[in-house]
Design a protein around this ligand. Structure first.
Ligand SMILES: Cc1cc2nc3c(=O)[nH]c(=O)nc-3n(C[C@H](O)[C@H](O)[C@H](O)COP(=O)(O)OP(=O)(O)OC[C@H]3O[C@@H](n4cnc5c(N)ncnc54)[C@H](O)[C@@H]3O)c2cc1C
Ligand code: SF4
Length: 510
């Protein structure tokens, strides 16, 4: 054999750089399912089914082209349970001259594969991942000339460089963003009739994986009774088309809104297909841009959507690769509390948390504001160890891969990187959730109260967080307004809040 092409579970595209010079007569593909990847953080049943089913569909598509695929299933008797063990076994059996792969998305995996290639004296050719608009080197160049990294500057550079929504050197519509037109709530009347999400009934391959996961990972969180994620390219393309036609026009307007029992709203639900590489972000951005040009979706929605992909998705990847491996250990606010056990069950009286967690366990999905301003915010205000928060997010979501999950969790949501990802901690009281959803209407707590029997835990912990970190936060000019409001509280009010927060924390961890 000439080359052995390593394909990881999130590299499922036959147009990937690793296949550029693939010759089916002389080369072969290596893929493996291993326990290690479902257990190094506890992976939810939904997430494991997505990965295994999409991998099996991809391997089948390659075999149908008469390519040789060395694929070891997780249940096979000789499975070693680790990536290194599996790859070593195939190398010994097939004796390739060279290993080729597209750059992996996770630092830990890159080290393991490099280590193995070195120990077996094999050349390892690692190629750029073309499923991004920018390379890791582009980001380093962008970062090198700046004291502070901010999404907005990076995003503008990406728009210009790629000619997306541009009118020469000026942004289409005369502005780089249209936030003022976006981010509405659904109001008292609610969302009305929502478009149906694209869900795909499990085929024979997925059904087999569901049976396997129910048996092998029975104790892992979540359920797979309602599994419906796209697991192959055709399904992913169908999901993209349906989003562009039915949900993109309202995406921006309701990007931040939440509604009890409504998991899908106007979001794209494409992150999983994008991260597995069933879709290329270029085709997703092109489809959204085309919809605007055809007058099928307003600029505010299209720009808002494109910013998530061309801006945030690329930006977080740059942060990850420029900061790892030390990034994962950062804990700027010195948070030490354990993650409350109800994150694994949804068993809490807080209506907003219950809804976000139950939906997460049911579908492996929650939209950005649920992750940032509900489950993430609560952990931040409570002072949970960032690494525990990270393990939860990496385990429960179908789109969770470390390069994107870690900066979002540790940086954006927990402010554990001290402001690298965002200029200030994303903190708010229960009033924010009340404004953006109907959760508080059916909750036993009152978002306006910070102390007393019915006080909202978010509101209590918000003031407590500001109070605890006031000295540290005072160095940040963007926090001045919130600290000014804190200073309006009397010392008695502050004492009551501190004592309420203390008993709340004790009861959470009892
Ligand atoms: C604590 C936390 C953890 C997160 N973990 C992940 C994760 O593991 N994997 C993941 O893909 N996203 C993650 N995100 C970002 C974001 O929440 C999800 O991408 C989004 O909710 C996925 O749903 P969607 O496809 O319907 O997105 P939409 O709302 O439809 O957005 C469109 C696309 O933009 C991209 N996008 C949007 N926001 C971000 C962002 N902040 N960073 C990177 N890409 C973004 C995604 O590819 C997404 O599919 C996380 C956010 C937070 C606050
Ligand atoms: S009152 Fe507080 S806990 Fe209850 S839903 Fe509103 S924000 Fe959440």
């Amino acid at each position: 054999m000439r080359n052995l092409i390593i394909v990881l579970g999130d590299q499922l595209d036959e147009k990937a750089s690793a296949f550029e010079d693939f010759d089916p007569l002389h080369d072969a593909v290596w893929m493996a399912e291993v326990d290690e990847e479902s257990t190094h953080v506890i992976s939810s049943k939904q997430r494991t089914v997505v990965f295994l089913s999409a991998m099996r569909h991809f391997a089948q598509a390659l075999r149908e082209k008469n390519w040789t695929v060395n694929y070891n299933e997780i249940d096979s008797a000789d499975n070693t349970g680790t990536l290194q063990g599996e790859l070593k076994q195939t190398i010994e059996q097939t004796q390739p001259k060279k290993l080729i792969m597209t750059a992996p998305g996770e630092w830990r995996i890159l080290q393991k594969i490099r280590e193995l290639a070195r120990s077996m004296h094999l050349e390892l050719d690692i190629r750029d991942d073309t499923h991004f608009f920018s390379t890791v080197r582009d980001f380093s160049e962008h970062a090198a000339s700046r004291k502070q990294l901010r999404l907005e500057f990076f995003y503008r550079e990406m728009r210009l460089k790629n000619g997306i929504l541009m009118d020469g050197k000026k942004p289409v519509g005369g502005a780089w963003n249209f936030d003022a037109e976006n981010r509405e709530s659904f109001g008292k009347q609610g969302p009305g009739i929502l478009p149906q999400p694209s869900r795909f009934a499990p085929d024979a391959i997925t059904k087999k994986v569901i049976e396997l996961v129910n048996r092998r990972f029975a104790s892992h969180p979540g359920s797979i009774a309602t599994f419906g994620w796209p697991v192959n390219r055709l399904q992913a393309l169908e999901a993209l088309d349906a989003f562009i036609e039915h949900r993109l026009p309202n995406f921006g307007r309701f990007e931040d809104a939440m509604w009890e029992g409504e998991a899908w709203l106007y979001h794209s639900h494409l992150s999983c297909a994008l991260n597995l590489k069933l879709l290329n972000p270029r085709e997703v951005v092109a489809a959204a841009s085309h919809a605007y040009q055809q007058g099928l979706a307003p600029l505010a929605s299209v720009e808002g959507f494109i910013r998530q992909i061309l801006g945030w998705r690329e930006f977080v990847r740059g942060i990850y690769w420029s900061q790892m491996p030390s990034y994962i250990d950062r804990n700027e606010m010195k948070a030490t509390a354990p993650l409350p056990s109800f994150y694994w069950t949804g068993a809490t009286d807080m209506a907003c948390m219950r809804d976000a967690i139950q939906q997460t366990l049911q579908h492996g999905y929650a939209h950005h504001i649920q992750r940032l301003m509900v489950t993430g915010l609560y952990a931040l205000l409570l002072g949970v160890k960032p690494k525990e928060v990270h393990a939860w997010y990496l385990g429960v979501y179908v789109d969770a891969v470390e390069w994107v999950e870690l900066p979002n969790t540790l940086g954006m949501s927990q402010y554990a990187d001290g402001g690298l990802m965002s200029s200030k901690p994303y903190i708010a009281s229960g009033k924010y959730i009340d404004r953006m959803s109907n959760h508080c209407k059916g909750c036993r707590f009152d978002p306006a109260q910070s102390t007393g029997e019915t006080s909202c835990p978010f509101t209590t912990l918000y003031w407590d967080y500001l109070n605890r970190h006031a000295d540290q936060l005072a160095k940040n000019p963007r926090m001045l307004m919130q600290l000014k409001n804190l200073n309006r509280l009397t010392s008695t009010q502050r004492e009551l809040i501190t004592s309420q927060a203390k008993s709340l924390k004790e009861s959470v961890h009892a």
